[in-house]
Design a protein around this ligand. Sequence first.
Ligand SMILES: Cc1cc2nc3c(=O)[nH]c(=O)nc-3n(C[C@H](O)[C@H](O)[C@H](O)COP(=O)(O)OP(=O)(O)OC[C@H]3O[C@@H](n4cnc5c(N)ncnc54)[C@H](O)[C@@H]3O)c2cc1C
Length: 320
Amino acid sequence: MRILRDVAASEILYYRIGGTVRYLLEARDREDLCRAIEFVEQQRPDRVLVVGLGSNLIFPDGYFDGVVIQVARADGGSLRHLGDGRVQAYGGEVLDRVVRFAFDAGLVGLEWAGGLPGTLGAGVRGNVGAFGGEMTDCLERAEVVAIGDGGVVRELAHDALQFSYRDSLIKRAGNLIVLSATLALEPASPERVAEARRTYAANVNYRLSRHPIEFPNCGSVFKNIHRREQVERVLTVWPDIEARVRDDWHGKVSMGYVINRLGFAGYQVGQARVSEKHNNFIVNLGGARAADVRAIIARIQEAVHATFGFVPEVEIEIVA
Ligand SMILES: Cc1cc2nc3c(=O)[nH]c(=O)nc-3n(C[C@H](O)[C@H](O)[C@H](O)COP(=O)(O)OP(=O)(O)OC[C@H]3O[C@@H](n4cnc5c(N)ncnc54)[C@H](O)[C@@H]3O)c2cc1C
């Protein structure tokens, strides 16, 4: 395990935002992660944060006087085909690599995750999803380790993980790290695997054309509006979008649409800007600060509250 001191978070995280970190522990494999946990238990720092690629969080601008454990940068060496369509991997493997490994092993069922920037561990924690699929559909079990629990590894089966929309027990518990995950996929004929590869490529291309990946960003900032009473509130104020809610947005209201209709496309604070390409993304034009992004989020929340009477939920993690 590499231990780095006084590292700029903006240099290691996907969003390129964040101040200096006292200790960065690089956990590239299972052994590294166990050592990182030992380090934390010995040093007992005031603050500990686990990150993957950092594609879904806003790291604070100031000095982070604590330890960041980066469960990422794995090299694919942990990927195992266990037979019966089951694939196991270290939590720090990039999810997209897991998808391609599955195809090579003749397995389908992960096409929806094509091009999703993030690690397997973070994907399990956040029950990531796209194109109608989600992690809960294929996750069989996960090994987790809790900070402050003496490095004891526990195995949690699917039902114990209590998945819901972009949520899981791991997210709510706060101190659990995903060490590994086992996915149950579908063994398929070469023709079906070829078809799944085409779906995967189409999903990747969709992302390339619709997401503002020419700038660092952290994905969709807000969750689409999914609570029934909130969807109804929106429809009371904007009855003209009823067909889109039903036919295009699977019963939810697209936050990108809401942000656009409330006039925030291109809204900018400092070097952070609401993307015109995808209005639910806030891009870092270069040198944006966490405070800039937080200011934009607060303005959008105020406007949604003034219009509909509720505050939209943030999907990304804002580290205090
Ligand atoms: C361009 C773009 C497109 C995106 N599209 C989608 C999408 O379609 N669907 C979707 O759901 N998300 C999407 N995202 C969001 C993001 O990719 C996912 O949330 C992804 O899972 C984040 O992975 P990460 O490794 O970068 O996690 P990070 O951003 O580093 O961390 C996210 C959270 O997970 C925790 N965490 C990280 N690793 C672990 C671990 N091993 N164990 C426990 N907790 C951990 C962190 O503490 C943090 O709370 C997108 C992001 C971008 C930038």
